[in-house]
Structures are given as structure tokens and as C-alpha cells.
Ligand binder design. Structure first.
Ligand code: SF4
Length: 550
């Protein structure tokens, strides 16, 4: 049931004033307190684009200023990737430059997960021409490519921008991609379409110097779907569709969620925001983060730490008094999510009588030429609209009833299932040691192999299930929110050899009963034992579960 009560606060608040001197601009602390703050102050990170276009792409990798290479280039979606052949044991002991390859990962932001087939084809062509065919769908609706050379970056931008895509602020201490319901404006059961708000925020603020120097990254989610399909609980700010008893459809405002090594669920401010005020409220919250956010320590620089200290009541007060200059309306909490799966896989009705068809690549892995084939199918069977989801999956829109079967067959011929097993549907993996400099273990290939193995061993298992695999203690694949979360680390096997393995977290969830999985004390599994372990856990769950137990 919807209610207007304020949520219980998740952690005790610390005394106001105790954390003066953490680099908050609003308190006059403008002196940079660490190297990251220094390079951000020295030059707006967005300015690196000109240097990439006029100097680095012409003179090559060795001409790149170190502060641009490991800092500002992120504001344009570029990270150096991990040098091949360096094992996970070296991750923590080598200097960053020893791990750096001379190639880049490039992240293309896809706000709201909305793509046309022209855009999909452009990404496919860039992938084939400049990124050795790599293209992964991320769990924030982006696409990431690898093996990009600095010499090719201007040509890639030209190609992407010609179809309305960009890499602007895809990484860095700035507002990252705005995730949005992938079926916004389409699904028959929608509460409200958040697309105009996604577009307005993008237009007004992305790439603007107003917010290009934040304490750290800032993540946004907007969804008017009753499925609550944007993991709103773990974003810095989220707008969740609700029906106000007097004012109609609008959004409930959540602030201060995030994962990483200090996971924290977002809290409701108890405020109802109409669609046409979302962008202003968003800018107010980002303004608070910019001005009051902690900058001294990178590990405390996310908005969740400020929220932990302030609490939702003070946060709302500051937002209203100092940024919006008006009170917000009180509003109801969202109802429970309408489905345990939040990914839109399968065939679902649209508002206009047509259907959308969600399908599952394994752990988000596709490639350039396959993206072109997906575009072809979307044009043959729909109107050319495609979406990415926050579960590393994809959706083709606008399919007439009598074309669904043919599309399903076409997708399955590409090994994309419309009716996948719970394992293929619910398994995600981060980038891992293949390309990520922070990784300790392999993830993508391990996840794909695990799916195949579980499908073979447990063909009748049909419960919603999430298995999330991370290559290090960070949380790019959201391990704390999965039924089975696997955190990569090195460990000793039964013979005393150092091997890749995972710390196990069990019982995490978002939506109904949101909470973080428990780290099972001492429970680690080697990569080789992983299928046996997951099979045992699921077998025991099936045998011992009580009615309705998840
Ligand atoms: Fe890299 Fe770790 Fe993130 Fe995986 S979780 S992509 S290994 S930083």
C-alpha cells in the first residue's frame, strides 16, 4: 500500500559540524585536498576534448598529459584498459601506469536506454572499425567498447554524434548517464512517462560546466513503470512513478543510494514531484552535492555519505530553502513493484496494441556485427526502436502481434532468447580482468559458462533468481543486491594453490524486501567449484523453502 510516512532512517546521523573541513565548497573549503580535486580545479575536465582532437589524436598516446590520461579523459567516456597478461595478484601491487594499456575503453551514454536502429548500427560500425568488434551492454544501459586507440577518437565521436549519440560525461566526477525505464511511453501498465524529464536534464545540464566538477560521480534514475525497473534504491537520485491522490501521476523523490564498498539504500524525502519540475529538483540535488559534498577523501565523496550525516529531513529542508526557494509537495510512497522480474524480458503489450519483446544476451556481451543484425530485425519486425536495460538486456519495440513469432525466431538464431532460463535471464557480470585495471578475477566468460552449466544441470528450475558477478570488491555488477552475489578475489584451493575465486553474498534484493545480501562468513568458492556450489544452494532452496519464500 502507498503511504505518506517518512521512511525509517537507515543509519544513525552524526552530529552536525563534526565533519567540517571535508572540502565542502559551501563552507568555504576551496583549497583542493587531493590530486583529483587539484586537476579538476586546474582545468575544467570537459576541456580535454579540445586537446584530444588537436594534440593527442595527432601525436599519439605518449603525448597525453598524465592528468588527462588518468583523470580528465573520463569526462569523455575514456579509460585506459588493463594491459593484457597481468594476473589478478598484481592488481594491488603495481603502480597504475604499469597496469595501463595503450588502448582505451570507451563508454557510449544511452540516456533512458533509448536507441534507434541508426544509432545501433553506428555503434556496431564503430565497434567493428575501431574496437575489434567489442561491445558490451552495461548494467546502466550504456554500451562499452574496448581496444580504442587515441588516434581514432575524433573519428569515433564524429560517427556517434552524427546519429545523436555521445560519450559526454559517460565517466568522471559528473552526472553520468540518466537511466530511465526502457519501456517509458510504451508499456500498457505505465504510471507516467519520464522521457521528457530525461531529455530536459540531458539538454540543460549534461556537458555543462555548472556540474562538471562534482565531488564524485552522480547517478540518476527515472521511471514511471510499476515494475520499478531502474534500480532506484541504489542511485544518488531517483524519481519513482506514483499516483498522488489529489494531483495525479508524478514522481516520488529518493536520494543518497549507492553501492561500492559502503552500500547504502536511497531514502525518500517524502516529496512528490510533477513531471515538469523534475529537472529543477534534479539540479537542486546535484547543486547540494556539488556545494556540500565531501571532497577530502574519495572514499567518502559520494552523496550517500552526506545523506547519512544529514538525514532526509535536513536534506529536504536545504533543498527547499537554498536551492528551490519553495516548499515541495508531500506525496505517497510507491506501491510494491508489480513484478519480481524487473527486466521486461519476454513479450509484453504496449499502450498502442502492439508488443515489445525483451531478449537476453549472456551477461550483456554482444559485438559490433551482431548489433547490426539486431538493428535489421528491429526494422523488419518493428518500427526501428530498441532499448537497453539495467540488467544488461535489450528490447525491440513496436512489434505487431503476427510478427512476434518471426522476431523471436530471428533473435534465437542469434542466440538471444526471448524466453530464457532464469540463469540466463538473471545473471550479470562486470567487465572483470579482461579489461578492467581494478579487477582481480575473470567475470564475463565465467558468468557465461556458469549460465550454460546451470541450464544443463537444473533444466526445471523456474524461480526468479539473480546471480551477480564482480571482478573485485567494487560493485559494478551490484553484487550486494543479488540473490547470489559473487565478489572476485584470489584464494587457496584444496591443494594450497592460489586460484581465482569469489566471496559469496546471499539473499540481497531490490524492490520488495530491499536489502543487501549477507556476506556468508568465510564462504568462498573457487571459480572451478562455482557451478557445484550454486547447484547445491539452489537444490537446498528448492527442498527446504517455505510457501512463497524467495
Ligand atoms: Fe572492474 Fe571491479 Fe568494477 Fe568489475 S567491479 S568492472 S573488476 S572495478
Amino acid at each position: 500500500m502507498a503511504s505518506t510516512e517518512q521512511p525509517a532512517t537507515a543509519t544513525p546521523r552524526r552530529k552536525a559540524g563534526r565533519h567540517r573541513g571535508e572540502g565542502q565548497w559551501a563552507m568555504g573549503h576551496f583549497t583542493p585536498l587531493n590530486g583529483n580535486e587539484q586537476f579538476k580545479k586546474d582545468d575544467d575536465s570537459l576541456n580535454v576534448r579540445t586537446r584530444i582532437e588537436t594534440i593527442y589524436s595527432k601525436r599519439g598516446f605518449d603525448s597525453i598529459d598524465p592528468n588527462d590520461l588518468r583523470g580528465r579523459m573520463r569526462w569523455w567516456g575514456l579509460y585506459t584498459q588493463r594491459k593484457p597478461g597481468i594476473d589478478g595478484g598484481k592488481t594491488a601491487v603495481l603502480e597504475p601506469e604499469e597496469l595501463d594499456d595503450r588502448y582505451f575503453m570507451m563508454r557510449v551514454r544511452i540516456d533512458g536506454g533509448r536507441l534507434t536502429t541508426a544509432q545501433l548500427r553506428a555503434i556496431g560500425e564503430v565497434s567493428e572499425q575501431y574496437a575489434r568488434g567489442t561491445a558490451d551492454i552495461t548494467d546502466r544501459q550504456n554500451v562499452q567498447m574496448h581496444w580504442v586507440r587515441i588516434e581514432d577518437v575524433p573519428a569515433i565521436w564524429e560517427k556517434l554524434e552524427a546519429v545523436g549519440l555521445s560519450t559526454t560525461e559517460a565517466c568522471g566526477d559528473c552526472p553520468r548517464v540518466i537511466i530511465g525505464s526502457p519501456v517509458a511511453g510504451i508499456a500498457a501498465d505505465e504510471i507516467i512517462d519520464g522521457t521528457p524529464a530525461v531529455e530536459e536534464i540531458h539538454e540543460r545540464y549534461i556537458g555543462s560546466p555548472e556540474f562538471s566538477n562534482l565531488p564524485r560521480k552522480f547517478k540518476t534514475a527515472i521511471s514511471g513503470s510499476p515494475v520499478q525497473d531502474v534500480v532506484h534504491e541504489i542511485n544518488d537520485i531517483a524519481f519513482v512513478g506514483v499516483e498522488h491522490p489529489e494531483h495525479g501521476p508524478g514522481f516520488d523523490l529518493w536520494v543518497g543510494g549507492g553501492l561500492s564498498t559502503n552500500p547504502r539504500l536511497a531514502e525518500r524525502l517524502g516529496a512528490w514531484v510533477p513531471l515538469d519540475e523534475v529537472a529543477d529538483v534534479w539540479a537542486g540535488v546535484v547543486g547540494i552535492f556539488r556545494d556540500y559534498g565531501y571532497r577530502r577523501l574519495r572514499t567518502r565523496a559520494r552523496l550517500k555519505f552526506l545523506m547519512a550525516d544529514w538525514g532526509p529531513v535536513k536534506f529536504r529542508q536545504v533543498l527547499e530553502d537554498e536551492y528551490l526557494k519553495r516548499p515541495l509537495l508531500d506525496g505517497p510512497a510507491p506501491a510494491e513493484p508489480s513484478s519480481r522480474w524487473r527486466d521486461h524480458i519476454g513479450v509484453h503489450p504496449q499502450q498502442d496494441g502492439r508488443f515489445y519483446v525483451g531478449f537476453a544476451p549472456r551477461v550483456g556481451r554482444v559485438d559490433g556485427s551482431t548489433l547490426a543484425k539486431i538493428a535489421e530485425l528491429a526494422e523488419e519486425h518493428g518500427s526501428g526502436r530498441v532499448r537497453t536495460t539495467v540488467e544488461q538486456k535489450m528490447i525491440i519495440l513496436d512489434v505487431e502481434r503476427d510478427r512476434v513469432e518471426s522476431l523471436t525466431a530471428g533473435l534465437e538464431a542469434l542466440d538471444f532468447q526471448v524466453h530464457p532460463s532464469p540463469f540466463r535471464r538473471g545473471t550479470m557480470a562486470c567487465t572483470g580482468i579482461e579489461f578492467c585495471k581494478l579487477a582481480i578475477v575473470e567475470t564475463k566468460a565465467r558468468g557465461a559458462a556458469l549460465i550454460d552449466e546451470l541450464e544443463r544441470r537444473l533444466p526445471d528450475f523456474d524461480e526468479p533468481l539473480t546471480i551477480n558477478i564482480n571482478g573485485c570488491p567494487n560493485a559494478c555488477a551490484r553484487i550486494q543486491t543479488a540473490d547470489i552475489g559473487l565478489k572476485g578475489q584470489l584464494m587457496l584451493d584444496a591443494d594450497g594453490n592460489q586460484v581465482e575465486g569469489y566471496q559469496v553474498h546471499l539473499g540481497g534484493a531490490l524492490g520488495l524486501e530491499a536489502g543487501f545480501g549477507r556476506k556468508v562468513r568465510g564462504l568462498k568458492v573457487t571459480s572451478a567449484e562455482l557451478p557445484d556450489y550454486v547447484e547445491r544452494v539452489l537444490g537446498r532452496f528448492q527442498e527446504e523453502r517455505e510457501d512463497g519464500e524467495r
